[in-house]
Write a protein that binds this ligand. Structure first.
Ligand code: ATP
Length: 378
C-alpha cells in the first residue's frame, strides 16, 4: 500500500525553481533515501512532505489522504533533524515524551511509550540525564526516540548523521537499519552521502537540480545507472569517464574512438548511433585491471599515486592524451581499484585493461545506451 504519494510537486522560491515536477510513490514500510549533491532540493522535498514548506503546485497524499494543505502536526509524520533539536533543560525521558505531553496523553501512556523507545534505542540507563551529559550518538538516539514515541505513519530524517564522526556514523547506520527492520515503519531519509544511500535504502531516489534522475534499489542503480549523472554520483571511488566519437555504427553496434588510440566496441546498444556522435565511455574503478595480459582493451599509463587501504589498493594513473574527465582525483588520472594489496611505484609504466562488456556508453545528452547489466539478487 502507498504510504506517501507525491504528485506533480513544483516548488518556486521567488524566481528560483527548486523542485520540478516531482512524482514519487513510497510504499508502506519502505526505507527511501533521497540523495543528491548540495542544493539539489532534497531537504526542500522532505520539508514539503513534513509540511514545513508549502508547495507551489501538486499534491501530497499520506496513506491515501490529501495532506497538501494540512499543518505539520496533523500529517502523522515525525521528523529527525541533523541538529538533534533537544531541549537542554529537560531530561532524556522528558525530551522523548515531549510530543505526547503536548498532545495531552495520559502519563501512563507516555511512560510506557518512553520505556519502549528507550529499550529499542538502548537508552534505559540515560533516561534521567540531560542532553549535555550525552555523547553525540546518544543525543541522536534521543532525537530518534522522540520520533518513535509518537508512533508516526512516516519517519522523516534530514541528514541525521552528518554531525557524527566517521566511526559513530557507521554504527548509527547499522542501528537505523536495525530500527527500520524492527519497526517496519515507512522511513524517508535525506543525505548527500551516497554510502548512506547504498547501505540503508530499500530504494534510492537520486535528485539533481530539483528533478528526480532515477529511482531504484541500490544495486540496480549501481549496475544500471540511467544516465551519466547517476553513474558518476553513485560509487566511491567514482566511475572513470572518457569522451570519444563514434567511428563505426551498425544497427545496435558501434565502435568508439577515444584519445590516445583507444577504441571500444559495443554490440548491445539500446538505440542506434551515427558516425561522428560525441559520446562518453564509462568504466568503474573495480573493472579496470593493471597489467592483465588477458584484458580485451588496454592502454598504456604511468602510475601517479598509490593508496593502500588495508584490504584494497587504489591506483591513480595518467594515460597521456587519454584523460579521465570529471575524475575523483580531478587531474585526468584514471582510478583503478584492486581488491588486494599490490605495490605500484609512482612513475612505473603500467597497462590499464578492461572488458568492453563492463563498460557503459552514454549518449551526447547523458542517457545510458548500453543494455542492462545483471544485478545480484539479494
Ligand atoms: P544541502 O545538502 O546543501 O542541504 P539540499 O539538496 O538539501 O542541499 P535544499 O536545501 O533543498 O538543498 O535547497 C535547494 C535549492 O533551493 C538551493 O539552491 C537553495 O539555495 C534553494 N532554497 C532553499 N530554501 C530557500 C529559500 N527559503 N529561499 C530561496 N531559495 C531557497
Amino acid at each position: 500500500m502507498a504510504s506517501v504519494e507525491i504528485q506533480n510537486i513544483e516548488k518556486h522560491y521567488g524566481g528560483f525553481h527548486a523542485l520540478r515536477d516531482i512524482n514519487l510513490t513510497i510504499d508502506e514500510g519502505e526505507f527511501a533515501v533521497m540523495v543528491g549533491p548540495s542544493g539539489c532540493g532534497k531537504s526542500t522535498l522532505l520539508k514539503t512532505i513534513a509540511g514545513l514548506e508549502t508547495v507551489s503546485s501538486g499534491r501530497l497524499l499520506i496513506k491515501g489522504r490529501d495532506v497538501t494543505k494540512e499543518e505539520p502536526g496533523d500529517r502523522g509524520i515525525a521528523m529527525v533533524f541533523q541538529s538533534y533539536a533537544l531541549y537542554p533543560h529537560m531530561t532524556v525521558a522528558e525530551n522523548m515524551g515531549f510530543g505526547l505531553r503536548m498532545a495531552k496523553r495520559p502519563k501512563a501512556e507516555i511512560d510506557a511509550a518512553v520505556a519502549r523507545a528507550a529499550a529499542i534505542l538502548r537508552l534505559e540507563e540515560q533516561l534521567d540525564k540531560r542532553p549535555k551529559q550525552l555523547s553525540g550518538g546518544q543525543r541522536q538516539r534521543v532525537a530518534i526516540g522522540r520520533a518513535i514515541t509518537r508512533a508516526p505513519e512516516v519517519f522523516l530524517f534530514d541528514e541525521p548523521l552528518s554531525n557524527l564522526d566517521a566511526a559513530l556514523r557507521t554504527q548509527m547506520r547499522v542501528e537505523l537499519s536495525t530500527l527500520h527492520a524492527q519497526l517496519g515503519s515507512t522511513m524517508i531519509y535525506v543525505t548527500h552521502d551516497q554510502v548512506e544511500a547504498m547501505t540503508m535504502a530499500s530504494r534510492i531516489v537520486v535528485l539533481n537540480r530539483g528533478r528526480i534522475e532515477q529511482v531504484g534499489a541500490p544495486l540496480a542503480l549501481y549496475n544500471n545507472p540511467a544516465n551519466l549523472f547517476v553513474a558518476g554520483f553513485l560509487g566511491a571511488p567514482r566511475m572513470n569517464f572518457v569522451t570519444g566519437k563514434v567511428v563505426e555504427a551498425d544497427g545496435r553496434g558501434a565502435r568508439i574512438a577515444c584519445a590516445g588510440g583507444l577504441t571500444v566496441a559495443f554490440d548491445d546498444l539500446t538505440e542506434p548511433l551515427a558516425i561522428g556522435d560525441a559520446v562518453t565511455v564509462g568504466i568503474r574503478p573495480e573493472k579496470l585491471h593493471l597489467d592483465d595480459a588477458a584484458a580485451a582493451a588496454t592502454f598504456p599509463a604511468q602510475v601517479r599515486l598509490t593508496e593502500y587501504l588495508g584490504r584494497e589498493t587504489i591506483v591513480y594513473a595518467d594515460a597521456g592524451a587519454l584523460t579521465a574527465t570529471d575524475s575523483d582525483s580531478g587531474t585526468g588520472a584514471f582510478t583503478i581499484q584492486i581488491g588486494d594489496i599490490k605495490p605500484f611505484q609512482a612513475g612505473a609504466p603500467v597497462s590499464i585493461g578492461f572488458d568492453a562488456r563492463d563498460a557503459y556508453l552514454f549518449h551526447p545528452d547523458g542517457r545510458t545506451l548500453t543494455a542492462l547489466k545483471p544485478v545480484a539478487r539479494i
